[in-house]
Design a protein around this ligand. Sequence first.
Ligand code: HEC
Ligand code: HEC
Length: 210
Amino acid sequence: MKVRKIADLLIFGLAAAVLTPAAWAAGDVERGKAQAAPCAACHGQDGATPLAADYPNIAGQNETYLLRQLQMIQSEQRSIPLMAGQLNGKSEQDLADLAAYYASLPAKIGQAAGDDEQIAAAQQIYRGGIARKNVAACIACHSPTAAGNAQAGFPRISGQSVEYTIAQLTAYREKQRTTDELFGGMMRDTAEGLTDTEIALLADYLQGLH
Ligand code: HEC
Ligand code: HEC
């Protein structure tokens, strides 16, 4: 059942990616760069040196994921009080341009934390999931290097700070982050079975996976 669902989601994600270009004009890197100055205050000049540890790196993230998050942040389906007003008055094209710009920048590569045993435990969850708790293998959607799946719009999850990754996995688990609606609540379902300890292990590991 679970495996079936993941297969459906993968196919659905790829189908959505094929349909996407018709739905919005391609983003323009230069026009995106011209709008990015206010973003640098929090996300860093290069999109990968955030002001605070729990702010995300957005450089090198895929364009489809970035655009979808920007749309949801603008409509407040993803509520980010710190970003209130940042996207006011921006058109769909402006958001696509910002997404294209940040996608064009090099992604950050971090360093895994933890001892060999902790890394091995995290790797096991990443590659195989935890069947008895219905935790799906992360690798299926986020790729062996955690670079995500650009075509399907599955995000890169490597190189983020431990704080950011813990916050997001916890928010999915507690059903506070619901931006995975398009994918049938897949991240909420997956995070549901994770303990705080497992989330912390994964966050340490993902930081350096590449
Ligand atoms: C005052 C600080 C601040 C400013 C300015 C700001 N952001 Fe953010 N942004 C944040 C924080 C904090 C988060 C993560 C919140 C959370 O934990 O979910 C975020 C999240 C995001 C995300 C989602 C990343 C992900 O991996 O899901 C994107 C995309 C983003 N910001 C783009 C932008 C862009 C583009 C601008 C400029 C137009 C901008 N931000 C300006 C603080 C800021
Ligand atoms: C069936 C596909 C699938 C599986 C399996 C999966 N993910 Fe995800 N993940 C996604 C999608 C799609 C999103 C973006 C959803 C959204 O927009 O909120 C996401 C988002 C995330 C994010 C938030 C990224 C950001 O920048 O805010 C993290 C962290 C994450 N996943 C970690 C994991 C971990 C750890 C596992 C394994 C325990 C996992 N995922 C398993 C598809 C998957």
